[in-house]
Design a protein around this ligand. Structure first.
Ligand code: ATP
Length: 226
């Protein structure tokens, strides 16, 4: 995916004034930026929630069905079971019920929630709700996956358990993931590529490719970001 010469303002506040980004397909790109620099605005432009910008977003894969978006807050429907929450987003895309069932079972198993498929969201822990959200996002037939601070408000152990499972799923499904955060540890744990944004107006400060190959990546990011 390429973001070319992106310009966006809210009234007289300039957020992007010619931002260019090259997002590698089938990898996890983490975009790190301080609060208020425009990360959510960027994701909302990519997924089409925001249209009043100039510049171009070039997708290499099909986006006709839309793309899943995991928010900070749980976006589960409280009156639907875990199974029905996932089925709800697949229904319009996959007509065959048995095919949907196969997909839902597969992803619930991957997030270790097969036995909770008939539970309602209010009976799940915060971590379990996150897992349902991840299963639903991976089950959705899209090459792209957008995530906005997806693991906020989780305790450290739960967060790293989920990160581990997320990586396992990504190693099989190879989505083009864009994750925005201000959490350096999350960036280091998940990012194949890490882009650090500065602000006023927002632009790229540093792009780090293949960050897993760099043993000092956290220290390097801290020097720039903190
Ligand atoms: N609809 C809007 N109208 C006016 N200003 C807005 C609007 N949405 C966001 N902003 C402003 O634009 C700037 C960027 O907001 P955005 O939410 O994209 O930043 P962010 O980097 O995601 O922040 P955070 O990490 O705190 O969520 C902020 O100063 C915000 O107050």
């Amino acid at each position: 995916m390429k973001i070319l010469d992106l310009k966006k303002r809210y009234d007289d506040k300039i957020i992007f004034d010619g931002l260019n980004l090259d997002i590698e397909e089938e990898k996890i790109t983490v975009i790190l930026g301080q609060s208020g620099c425009g990360k959510t605005t960027l994701l909302n432009i990519i997924c089409g929630f925001i249209n009043d910008y100039t510049g171009e977003i070039k997708f290499e894969s099909d986006i006709v069905d839309g793309m899943p978006y995991i928010f900070q807050e749980d976006a589960l429907i409280p009156w639907k079971t875990v199974y029905k929450n996932i089925d709800y987003v697949l229904k319009n895309k996959i007509k065959e019920k048995d095919k949907r069932e196969f997909i839902i079972e597969k992803y619930l198993k991957m997030v270790k929630l097969s036995s909770s498929k008939d539970s309602y969201p209010n009976s799940l822990s915060g971590g379990m709700k996150r897992r349902v959200g991840i299963a639903r996002a991976f089950a959705f037939p899209s090459k792209y996956l957008l995530m906005d601070e997806p693991f906020e408000f989780l305790d450290v152990k739960t967060k790293y358990d989920i990160i581990y499972d997320f990586k396992e799923m990504q190693s099989v499904d190879k989505k083009t993931v864009i994750l925005i955060t201000h959490d350096i540890e999350l960036a280091v744990a998940l990012g194949d590529n890490i882009t650090i944004l500065g602000s006023n107006p927002t632009d790229v400060v540093k792009e780090i490719r293949n960050s897993k190959e760099n043993n000092f990546i956290k220290e390097e990011i801290e020097k720039i970001f903190l």
